[in-house]
Design a protein around this ligand. Structure first.
Ligand SMILES: [Zn+2]
Length: 265
């Protein structure tokens, strides 16, 4: 087995060097190594590829039977500053390698577009501080992105955050009220926005699950991306990621008729 060069991954420290130079003797230690290595990956631009390398190494050393013994799988070390191109390609490699009939969980990913892309690539579960963290900054998630309720334009806005949202915050409070308390009662505002933000993400996941069950997921992705990015172009990395799983996104949204969301494939 090829030894992993410490310098290649820019690692420092005795513990990291020891792990980097020796293959995991068993699955338990292999997982411990994997989890430890992902703890400090945000500082490393090579973090995603390092994690993938660990996955490959465990597969090579323990064989497919190791993967088959696990009840679910976590992919970590991403969303730490790597390029979006590295991000989706790494997720795609991992989901190609991991058993498709068992849950695959992606750690620390919470942006709506990222959730949709990663579900398309084969991820089943997520967790992330994003919906609660962004609520602390006075931001409310919506399908088109987020609203910064600190902005003055919401000072007379009597609508809820999202008219389609069923959460208690949207049913009870206006953007006007939330704009007011976000500065004078930040703890209350944080709680209200957290309720909404988590509800918003749960709704997105329910919509994706429903689209998958109806065998309409490609159409859902197309519609979501148009709604999410509005008049902005869909980023190239998303177009390429979706093409990798045979979901063709229209490059020119001017060609898209809202009443005809037929995909090109
Ligand atoms: Zn809501």
């Amino acid at each position: 087995m090829e030894k992993i060069n410490k310098e290649k991954f820019g690692g420092e420290g005795k513990k990291k060097e020891r792990h980097a130079l020796s293959p995991a003797p068993n699955i338990e230690e292999g997982l411990a190594e994997y989890m430890w290595i992902t703890e400090d990956t945000p500082q490393s631009p090579m973090a995603p590829m390092r994690c993938v390398d660990i996955q490959y190494r465990n597969i090579e050393s323990d064989g497919p039977s190791t993967l088959g013994r696990m009840s679910c799988y976590a992919v970590g070390g991403l969303s730490g500053g790597e390029s979006k191109d590295d991000f989706w390609r790494t997720v795609n490699i991992c989901t190609d390698l991991l058993p498709k009939h068992k849950p695959r969980y992606l750690m620390g990913v919470g942006f709506a577009a990222d959730l949709v892309v990663c579900v398309a690539l084969g991820i089943d579960m997520f967790d992330c501080v994003f919906p609660t963290c962004t609520g602390r900054f006075g931001c409310a998630l919506v399908m088109s992105g987020q609203l910064n309720l600190k902005q003055k334009k919401y000072s007379l806005d009597m609508r809820p955050i999202d008219v389609e949202c069923e959460c208690s915050t949207c049913k009870t409070y206006t953007r006007f009220y939330l704009h007011h308390i976000v500065t004078v009662e930040p703890v209350v505002a944080c709680s209200l926005l957290t309720v909404h933000n988590i509800s918003c993400q749960l709704r997105l996941k329910r919509q994706m699950r429903s689209a998958i069950e109806k065998n309409e997921f490609p159409k859902f992705v197309q519609e979501f991306m148009i709604k999410h990015f509005g008049n902005d172009p869909i980023p190239k990395w998303i177009t390429e990621a979706m093409a990798a799983v045979n979901i063709q996104l229209l490059e020119d949204k001017d060609l898209m008729n809202e009443n005809d969301l037929t995909l090109r494939n």
